[in-house]
Design a protein around this ligand. Structure first.
Ligand SMILES: [Zn+2]
Length: 491
């Protein structure tokens, strides 16, 4: 039903979930009925944890010093259209935790003006959010079926890649992205797979002032002489050349995969990004291969003041995380106008995944015998809200991706570090608090990269777009999130 070959075809694809494999008809139809209204596709967004921040060359001067302070999020002017204001954050005092407690203005640390107006009583809001979440978790079952198929194909390809080119002999598949963080919510047919290449003794040179993009060269010539073919004249390691070689191998190898029909999407001019298409009637699964370098060396200077998790996860956890490998990805930035065939972007998806999984201030948070929090639920709702809004306003919200909300979420975790700030029963309030913070960032056009404090993910020249999204979020917030219950078919 869909033979389109480009990644752009994702958006036009049918909204039906992949055909259930080995699933009982009865069970399947039951679930289908429950989940169908929420099925959506988001054009041009990667579901990955390694989602692509916007092109750095469009960013204004680094927003140093404007890192989100530890303060209430709702303290900003509302857009003109927002007759109602954001709910005020509640006091951090545990005593104020009951969901129905009135939002206290006095509790706002910096004296932000609180707004009382809300359409539904909190209990009703929470009920509706829980219903949305349970719909999303039903949808996850489709994702895991698709994931099984993806895993089979990737396993086959990795073995072939290793044997065909000695440079790639130690390439490894690494799980990354929202599926593996267990917060994948829609897009059951889209995956990002990291193929990781260990590299030794690399030199990093900043490619711009974001602190996120680097040129990579070897400090000493690698033992494996085959690597020379991936170097440019000035010694820089070319992501472009590596991807091209990988792409050629994969294109040959997909022909040898039996039982499953796999094709490599046609490449865009000058861009060797690799997208696999796996037939899974009646739909198609799309897999982006992300070539990643892994270096056992210290993180660059630009990361020094980032990852401010001391209060939240502790200084030891932070130290341990910063001792972990450095990852650099060759993923093409979708918003890039100029091709950067020789630059690599720092990736922290492995750390993000760990933080989202082990997110408690106390070690036992959300473990079977520990207290439950709503952090992951908040992240899911944030991502779903952006996805739905992107479906509704694809053109206006084109530049936003799940990495923006994930980043805002991580900052929220830092701002409210205690498990008691995220009590499960306070889901609606916590979600609104996260959103309030995100709206604040949008209105200031300042969202600091979580690991690289000098890197602003919201460039000032897109101010109008940031304001547009903040207005839409405020409208949702003030009207009980109608967009969660709207059904979009792809444009
Ligand atoms: Zn928890």
């Amino acid at each position: 039903m869909d033979t389109a070959g480009s990644r752009g075809a994702r958006a036009r694809r049918g909204t039906r979930p992949a055909a259930p494999r080995n699933r009982g008809v009865e069970k399947g139809s039951e679930k289908g009925a429950a989940r169908s209204p929420s099925r959506v596709h988001v054009a041009g967004e990667s579901p990955s944890g390694a989602a692509t921040p916007r092109a750095p060359q469009t960013d204004g001067p680094p927003g140093r010093g404007s890192r989100p302070a530890r303060r209430a999020p709702a303290a900003q002017e509302l857009p003109a259209s927002g007759a109602e204001a954001l709910p005020a954050p509640r006091s951090r005092a545990p005593a104020a935790r009951a969901p129905a407690a009135p939002r206290s203005v006095a509790a706002v640390p910096d004296g932000a003006v609180a707004a009382p107006a809300r359409r539904l009583p909190p209990a009703a809001d929470a009920l509706r959010l829980r219903e949305v979440l349970s719909r999303l978790s039903l949808a996850r079952e489709d994702v895991s079926e698709a994931a099984t198929l993806v895993n089979l194909v990737v396993l086959h390809l990795v073995q072939a890649i290793r044997s065909k080119d000695s440079c790639f002999s130690s390439i490894e598949r690494r799980s990354a992205g929202s599926y593996y963080e267990q917060v994948k919510i829609s897009e059951p047919n889209e995956f990002d797979i990291m193929l990781v290449m260990p590299v030794a003794r690399i030199q990093l040179d900043e490619a711009d002032d974001t602190g996120a993009f680097y040129y990579v060269s070897f400090k000493r010539n690698p033992k494996e002489k085959g690597w020379l073919k991936f170097l440019e004249e000035d010694g820089k390691l070319s992501a472009f050349k590596m991807l091209q070689a990988l792409r050629d191998i994969i294109k040959q190898e997909v022909k040898n995969i039996k039982d499953v029909e796999v094709t490599v999407a046609r490449k865009k001019v000058g861009c060797p990004a690799i997208t696999l298409q796996i037939k899974n009637p009646p739909s198609e699964i799309s897999v982006d291969i992300i070539l990643t370098l892994e270096a056992q060396q210290s993180w660059p200077l630009s990361t020094q003041g980032g990852l401010k998790i001391e209060q939240w996860l502790g200084t030891k956890v932070r130290r341990d995380m910063r001792f972990r490998s450095l990852y650099l990805v060759a993923k093409q930035n979708k918003n890039e106008k100029v091709l950067r065939g020789n630059t690599w972007r720092l990736s922290f998806s492995h750390i993000e995944k760990d933080m989202i999984k082990n997110h408690g201030n106390s070690k036992t948070c959300c473990e079977s015998d520990g207290p439950k929090c709503c952090r992951k639920r908040c992240l899911k709702l944030l991502k779903y809200l952006l996805e739905q809004l992107k479906m509704k306003y694809p053109k206006e919200l084109e530049k936003f991706c799940s990495y923006h909300v994930k980043t805002a979420f991580l900052h929220s975790c830092v701002m409210w570090p205690n498990d008691s700030d995220w009590h499960l029963g306070d889901l609606d309030h916590c979600f609104q608090q996260c959103l309030g913070f995100f709206v604040d960032c949008l209105q200031k056009s300042q969202l600091t990269h979580f690991f690289i404090p000098q890197y602003n993910l919201l460039s000032l020249e897109d101010k109008a777009k940031h304001h547009f999204l903040s207005r839409k979020i405020c409208q949702e917030l003030n009207n009980g999130f109608p967009v969660f219950h709207e059904n979009y078919s792809a444009p």
